[in-house]
Design a protein around this ligand. Sequence first.
Ligand code: SGN
Ligand code: CA
Length: 521
Amino acid sequence: MEKLINGTKRLIGLSMAGLAVMPAFAAEDGDDKKPMNILFIMCDDHSYQTISAYDSTFIKTPNIDRIAADGLRFTNSFVANSISGPSRACMLTGKHSFTNGFTDNSSSFDGSQQTFPKLLQKQGYETAVIGKWHLTSEPTGFNHWDILIGQGDYYNPTFICNGEKVQRKGYATNVTTDLALDWLENGRDAEKPFCLLLHHKAPHRTWMPDTCDLDLFSDSNFPLPATFYDNYDGRLAAAGQKMSISKDMDLVYDLKLADKDSTIHSRPDLEAWGRRMYNNMDAEQKRAWDAHYDVVIEKFKKAGLTGKELDAWKYQQYMRDYLRVITSVDRNVGRVLDYLEAEGLMDNTLIVYTSDQGFYMGEHGWFDKRWMYEESFRTPLIVRLPGGVSGESMAMVQNIDYAPTFLEAAGAKVPSDIHGCSFLPVLKGKKWKPNRDGVYYHYYEYPDEHAVKRHLGVRTETHKLIHFYEDGVWELYDLRNDKHELNNIYGEPGTEKVTAKLKKKLKKLQKQYGEQQFIAE
Ligand code: SGN
Ligand code: CA
């Protein structure tokens, strides 16, 4: 196979001869028996707050909204473990973390286990993963893989293409999209249905924009979230975290104040990283970067902000960079949709847009994720099934459901050991009865840089029960009148019945999923 030198060079010479097995399936219903391709677009840390199909307070995302226009936007879409590697492992296997073995980002994925790409291959699919992988071990179950190393870099990132390291010049979101389009056009066997995992690293920390987007939002001022100055009353774990915009967001690293005369100093390790990120750029990229940030740096120095004024400045700066990165994501989603349209693939391609978890846009004063609180437990999920229904769905779906949904859409049998439940009926506007009563969650990564305690819990349509089991702390929220989850009512008189009911549900789910790590009492 020819080695890719840069993102735009064509992949040629993929030897598909002899592999042309016709898929043993047909679309489940409808007249069109063309096999269903699957395009699974996932961004890292993309909040539903910054997709205009969900919420247009901050940004317009016209291209992601194109998927939503003919697709279903899930409001109650949850993850099983709100952090990258674990979330990806849940999606690949359709199983909760302790069963798939990837409980936190220090794990390594056991690639010998069953995954939906492997099952799709058996079904005659050509599979590929391009972009962020973050599962440490080499991908298995893919005819083609071209992945970033770890988190990957925004500028001039190094990929591993089917086992070979190759650095590519350019901005990660553009390069990743180039590679995906190239595989669709030249790399795959067009006789077979495809399943493409197009997984962007953006908008992961440190939210570095493409040079062409640097001046966007410069004049925008965003309202501070209502909970920005949360005092964490009644929420012990929340009080102990290290993901506060005010205290933990780093001026040089996160907010890019790497001044040339080095007078701005921040946390030494992060400051060093911040300066290193800049040095990764080439001369032209640096010129564009400096033209923007040098001005920001000068203004910042003159302003001499402190206290709440400084907090507000950090929030605006964070939001501007994050939204610039989203602008590039959205533009690149548009390129892929344009391609599918031009190639007549929209009628037989299931398109999914999602993130590995939600993200805090200053709610509770935070950036990052990890918690079972709504902003990070929920994740955007927009699915366009050709011939399916559009609009908003309130169905309580979870990322362990993606694997069975893809398998069912491909006409494949869903193995009985998969925890998740196909929501294909929802996409078709039919009745859906999931195999669970409530949504189960378990987060394991403590201690780690953001100091979020291990916790598990259950959510129903109306309530959420969370257990920080290493501290013996419980939290209970009535989501009907406390959507920001500020009022922990666990142990309050009058909550005995609902608490007992939720604990019973939690136990039942733990039994159903064979939880081994911690059994709630
Ligand atoms: C990195 C980030 C963290 C982030 C984790 C997990 N720090 O460690 O802020 O929570 O990744 O993110 S950074 O300094 O490297 O940016 S995840 O999405 O990959 O799970
Ligand atoms: Ca992530």
